[in-house]
Design a protein. Structure first.
Length: 296
């Protein structure tokens, strides 16, 4: 009996069988991936350009267009000097408060389990969702001279909170509260407790463990949190305006002075804004430059 043979083509398919769908070639897939990548880049650049680069560019252009003389007069006038000094005091105090509290709260949330932990974690994010105007109103209700809960007692003790520097510090610290915590907490959660437990078993106390283990671990996260706090505190407007009274050369920060001059069409609004932008940008640039060298 003659042997029957089944002929197959080079693809391994029987003759007459429907051809399998040909998979796209690797170069074609690469071209599609490349086009998608470039499309996403263009969308991201357009988004950032419209929301960030264009407004900042217009402020910078208006500043340059008005000349160097106007810039010098705007940033060296008596009101501007007083506003810069007060802004430095308010922002610096709020940053110190939130740095200490932020590191402490991050350690508490990352290292311990206790009743109310989720509530504390939730409350830390409240300043992000609450309008700064409401924050200022709440501070007035709490520390106002006549209607505040604590205002009359503090006033009797000679401490004025509302329409003074302490109230401005409280308002600024409140709105920038989550920034350090949210930068430090993920790092502490990721590193775990192994190194600290080993140090404890070798006899290191809490201060030594924090200085030699915890702080080197969180130093860059802490640095970024502080930089974000600097930018946020320098630019705070709503809550500070409510609690400060906006008294020229007394309770007027740079942002309040910018708003006043912009509303009254006086020169100096663009120039003062550029100074605030430059300070925030300089902090970010410095961190970005020194971090790679530290890694190396």
């Amino acid at each position: 009996m003659a042997e029957l043979t089944v002929l197959t083509d080079t693809s391994g398919q029987r003759p007459g069988a429907p051809a399998a769908a040909t998979a796209p070639s690797r170069p074609a897939r690469r071209r599609r991936t490349s086009r998608s990548r470039w499309a996403l880049r263009l969308v991201a650049l357009a988004y950032v350009g419209v929301l960030v680069a264009l407004p900042l560019g217009l402020v910078l252009w208006r500043t340059i267009d008005q000349g160097a003389g106007v810039f010098v007069d705007a940033v060296t006038g008596p009101e501007a000097i007083a506003a810069f000094r007060l802004t430095a005091i308010v922002a610096g105090s709020a940053i110190v408060i939130n740095t200490v509290f932020g590191v402490g709260a991050a350690l508490l949330l990352a290292r311990y389990r206790f009743r109310g932990r989720r509530l504390l974690d939730l409350l830390i994010d409240v300043p992000i969702s609450v309008s700064p105007i409401i924050v200022g109103l709440a501070l007035i209700l709490a520390f106002g001279w006549t209607t505040g809960w604590f205002g009359p007692a503090l006033q009797g003790a000679g401490l004025q909170v509302i329409f003074a520097t302490p109230g401005m510090v409280l308002a600024t610290a409140f709105v920038s509260l989550p920034l350090v915590v949210r930068e430090v907490l993920p790092v502490l959660t990721e590193t775990g407790l192994d190194e600290e437990q080993a140090a404890r078993s070798l006899g290191a106390n809490a201060v030594q463990r924090f200085r030699r283990i915890t702080l080197p671990t969180i130093k860059w996260a802490l640095a970024y949190g502080v930089v974000l706090s600097v930018a946020r505190t320098l630019g705070e407007f709503g809550a500070v305006r409510v609690v400060s009274g906006n008294i020229g050369s007394q309770t007027q920060t740079v942002t309040l002075l910018v708003d006043e001059r912009a509303e009254q069409f006086e020169p100096g609004a663009y120039q003062l804004s550029v100074v605030l932008i430059a300070v925030a940008a300089l902090c970010i640039v410095i961190i970005s430059i020194i971090r790679p060298h530290e890694k190396k």
